[in-house]
Design a protein around this ligand. Structure first.
Ligand code: UTP
Length: 301
């Protein structure tokens, strides 16, 4: 196997139903829910671009056209803003517009699971390694998670995945890796287990939604049987790929919020607001006040 071929393309699957966010997701993609003032999906695109990715491939579906419109130009809006002298907003919108031809879309016709969504990108990825970012896992740290993963990939090649520590009692909620020999930017993965009971979990490092995968994964996904939740699971094909190719893990030093869950989404909004100079001071006062008054109301009730 040829190693360390450059990773130029990133796949971002956005075809899920987002049932945990109904009713909001009845009429809008969950990836367009905002963290402060930017849609969730923008964080994944920024992270990929900062890591040197040149081309984004969205696996999308019906009722998700808002994502395509968001990454397109908006001439009428720009004209209106320009006429009103709102130059800051015009610059902001122009800066976030991807260069023409660097974003592609393909549709997953039926949401058969993450593994199937990734397989839908096979023609657009071609025969080269690719990054995969699950957009509802939003990471927050000094270095972007994908940039750290690229460093590990440059060191060891093969397949690499980002991991983060969870509380030992929470292993049954995640895909967990078994740790092998250490390398400079991480460690060898000797096994992957989906949602193990804490008593049998091989570690407390969970896969946090960032991957660099070799294209041979597509052949395995093509024949992948349905697994947990009756869905075609990416982890099942990764486990099969690990029999013939190396997997390493990069322990991410930041924190990832699962914005596909209500709790993670609210936490991400608080955390990212506190990074913003225009919001931090006010929120430092108002958030403790809200929590304290809630406490008082609960006690009074
Ligand atoms: P999730 O399982 O978190 O997304 O998949 P979901 O199915 O939309 O969420 P719930 O459980 O119904 O609330 C992780 C990522 O994989 C994509 C999702 O869009 C999300 O970005 N996905 C999932 C697909 O693209 N296709 C699928 O069939 C399943």
């Amino acid at each position: 196997m040829e190693q360390n071929r450059p990773v130029r393309k990133a796949v971002i699957p956005v075809a899920g139903n987002g049932t945990r966010f109904l009713p909001a997701t009845k009429a809008m993609p969950k990836e367009m829910l905002t963290i402060v003032d930017r849609p969730v999906v923008q964080y994944a695109v920024d992270e990929a671009m900062q890591a040197g990715i040149e081309h984004i491939i969205f696996v999308t579906s019906r009722n998700k056209t808002a994502i395509e419109d968001y990454f397109d130009s908006a001439p009428e809006l720009i004209a209106t803003l320009t006429r009103s002298g709102k130059t800051t907003q015009v610059t902001q919108l122009e800066k976030m517009l991807p260069v023409a031809g660097t974003v592609s879309y393909t549709r997953q016709q039926v949401p058969l699971g993450l593994g199937h969504a990734v397989w839908c990108a096979r023609e657009l990825v071609g025969n080269e390694p690719f990054a995969l970012l699950l957009p509802d896992m939003v990471s927050y740290g000094r270095q972007g998670c994908m940039a750290g993963l690229m460093e590990l990939y440059e060191e060891v090649g093969g397949n690499v995945i980002a991991v983060e520590e969870c509380a030992p009692e929470e292993t049954s909620s995640y895909g967990i890796v078994a740790m092998g020999t250490s390398v400079q930017h991480g460690f060898e993965v000797t096994g992957m287990v989906e949602k193990p009971d804490p008593s049998v979990a091989p570690s407390n490092y969970y896969i946090n939604g960032r991957y660099i995968l070799q294209p041979e994964i597509f052949e395995l996904l093509a024949g992948q049987e349905r697994g947990a939740g009756n869905e075609i699971q990416l982890t099942d094909s990764m486990q099969r790929l690990a029999k013939t190719q190396s997997f390493h893990a990069h322990p991410y030093q930041g924190r990832t919020f699962d914005c596909g869950s209500k709790r993670g989404f609210i936490e991400a909004n608080v955390a990212f607001s506190m990074l913003r100079a225009d919001m931090r001071d006010q929120l430092s006062v108002s958030l403790p006040e809200i929590l304290a008054s809630h406490e008082t109301r609960v006690q009074a009730a």
